[in-house]
Design a binder for this molecule. Sequence first.
Ligand SMILES: O=c1ccn([C@H]2C[C@H](O)[C@@H](COP(=O)(O)OP(=O)(O)OP(=O)(O)O)O2)c(=O)[nH]1
Length: 180
Amino acid sequence: MTGQPRQPVDVLVLRLDPAMPLPAYAHPGDAGCDLRTAEAAEIAPGERVVLPTGLSIALPDGYAAFVHPRSGLAARYGVALPNAPGTVDAGYRGEIKVIVTNLDPRETVRFERFDRIAQLVVQQVEKARFHEVEELPGSARASGGFGSTGGHAAARRDDPAQHSDFIAVGTDQNPDLRGQ
Ligand SMILES: O=c1ccn([C@H]2C[C@H](O)[C@@H](COP(=O)(O)OP(=O)(O)OP(=O)(O)O)O2)c(=O)[nH]1
């Protein structure tokens, strides 16, 4: 199925750090453009830092930008964003910052200036009008929440007979998941 290619939305960018490259998509189909750190940083295991990107943006009304983690950094080094995805409001004119944490239990992570640390996804967002009611309309899920459909590995240990609809992947068996 092919659709009409959507026109990109125009976003104004102010370089607070004149040497910082403008945000750019690495490939045509990418959802996020790279965000780079304007400062070198060392993050010890369990530590958290707030890194400047040297960029401010002005999004059109009705849009927001979301600061997402980079999967490669997460898989290789345990780098995570504790607030992921960070929300950049349309009205925000300050510097975009990235809150980075090192979840690796042993290794310190070092970033050099201009290293790619996160990605920014620009999206249209709806504004909701909330209407208070006495009762909500029915639904198939109703109030079933948090794990109500079952099927997670932790539950299987408690009662294997109840959860036979999945295969638990041990981190020691799958080399790609080691250290995560
Ligand atoms: O990863 C992030 C998340 C947010 N921001 C900026 C843009 C956003 O518009 C502003 C406020 O973020 P948020 O609303 O998530 O923070 P808050 O703690 O709820 O602060 P506030 O009370 O100012 O809304 O901080 C970033 O630069 N990076």
